[in-house]
Design a protein around this ligand. Structure first.
Ligand code: HAM
Length: 420
């Protein structure tokens, strides 16, 4: 067979049923979890003015290397969103909602990263953000929401890594200490990290290069540079998590891939994933971001979970399988008239899932299709049934007999035969 002339672009792929059915169920479950905690949905645009995203901090790869940016026909410099938090803050600044403003979202995000298993250029996130409250209990509630959601998926092998990045006012002292430490050990640092050190010493902690590991291991800790307020907030977060029996691992060098975090920062790591991409979700506080995007000086906190990667973790753990999408009834019609069309419509209006064959295929071919469909019941109408205003109703998954009933009794008969 000749190769198709087009393929999906690198890092993108087609999601096709039953995979899409599983994705819909995933988002529906997340929506349920979010609604039950008082969150409303937001659907922000998929692209924004480029500068909305550059405000996320130009030292991170997500902004400096991975943005899909373009100039539109009106000469605007735009970019596809690499995540949702910036758009949510921009939307808050623009629409001025009552605080605390609690929103959840689901949809695609775009990053020009090197594609590999679990890392795509178009991927999907679900997430939640709260703008307008400093209360560390909110950090706990958000983490709890994500943890409960993993539980509902059946994913038990997820570890919560927790850190604080302190307040903006704690940062200069810590950055000085980090800079001094790395500069004193420059020879041991990888070349890339030496470059990173110039723009943001904090990012060096995020280096995954083996050469940097021993140095990072001994680097100064933010916890030694915290203000009393930031420390008290972190204590409250830990106490809250313990009260809710949510286990966490303190990870003092967790800095996350985006630059906007202050105070609480966290990541969920799936033990069942053996690839390099094991982070299934993450989040934290971003207390200066709304003001940075032209809004009032309101704090924010949130998280996002990657759908693609979380489902890979579900596969590895054998949980949250594709939902059953077989129809209830298969209609077999050989009259050549409109019977098949009418019966399928009547049954669908009554709330049943119904499918049928097309193209006037033979009784044998239609019965084969009915059996292959997995539907528990077939409704059959041929010339005899049509003449007598009846239908034959045949159970397909067990050895109960086929019955012939008046057309008016078709629905009741099918309902009796369907598994409850
Ligand atoms: P993030 O850690 O960059 O955080 O992304 C969250 C999750 O999205 C990751 O843990 C991962 O599962 C998934 N993800 C990220 N990049 C890719 C990719 N290229 N392919 C597949 N999955 C990916 C954020 O996006 C923040 N906005 C989270 C947040 C919300 N912080 C505060 N509020």
């Amino acid at each position: 067979m000749a190769r198709p002339s087009f393929q999906a672009a690198p890092g993108t792929r087609d999601l096709i049923s039953p995979t899409t059915d599983r994705w819909r169920a995933f988002v529906a479950l997340f929506a349920e979890e979010a609604s039950s905690s008082g969150f409303g949905q937001i659907v922000p645009p998929m692209f924004e003015d480029m500068s909305v995203f550059t405000r996320l901090g130009e030292a991170s790869d997500v902004v400096s290397k991975e943005l899909y940016d373009f100039v539109d026909k009106g000469d605007r410099h735009l970019a596809l969103r690499p995540e949702f938090t910036a758009s949510v803050c921009r939307a808050f600044a623009e629409n001025r909602q009552l605080t605390p403003w609690k929103v959840w979202y689901a949809g695609p995000a775009f990053r020009y990263d090197k594609p590999q298993k679990g890392r795509y250029r178009q991927f999907e996130q679900v997430g939640a953000e709260v703008i307008g409250s400093n209360d560390p209990d909110l950090d706990v509630e958000l983490i709890a929401m994500a943890a409960r959601f993993y539980e509902r998926l059946g994913l038990t092998d997820v570890t919560l890594q927790l850190n604080t990045l302190g307040d903006a006012s704690d940062r200069p002292g810590y950055l000085d200490a980090l800079r001094a430490y790395f500069e004193a050990n420059l020879d041991a640092l990888s070349e890339q990290s030496r470059v990173t050190l110039q723009t943001n010493p904090l990012r060096v902690l995020d280096s995954k290069r083996p050469q940097d590991a021993p140095l990072i291991e001994g680097a100064p800790l933010i916890t030694d540079h915290l203000s009393d307020e930031a420390e008290a907030a972190f204590e409250r977060v830990k106490a809250g998590l313990m009260a809710l029996n949510i286990e966490f691992t303190l990870t003092p060098r967790l800095v996350r891939g985006l630059d906007y975090y202050t105070r609480t920062a966290f990541e969920f790591v799936a033990g069942s994933l053996d690839s390099a991409q094991t982070a299934v979700g993450g989040g934290g506080r971003y207390d200066g971001l709304v003001a940075n995007l032209g809004g009032p000086d309101e704090p924010g906190v949130g998280f996002a979970l990657g759908i693609d990667r979380t489902l890979l973790a579900c596969d590895a753990s054998g949980v949250f399988p594709e939902p059953d999408t077989t129809v209830d009834v298969w209609v077999v019609a050989t009259t050549g008239g409109l019977d098949g069309l009418e019966i399928a419509d009547e049954l669908r209006r009554a709330g049943l899932a119904v499918d049928r064959s097309f193209d006037h295929r033979s009784m044998k071919a239609q019965m084969k299709a009915a059996n292959r469909s997995g539907a528990p019941v077939a409704v059959i109408i041929g010339a005899d049934e049509a003449a007598a205003a009846t239908v034959s109703v045949r159970p397909l998954l067990d050895d109960r007999d086929q019955v012939v009933v008046p057309r008016a009794e078709m629905l009741a008969t099918i309902k009796e035969l369907l598994p409850s």
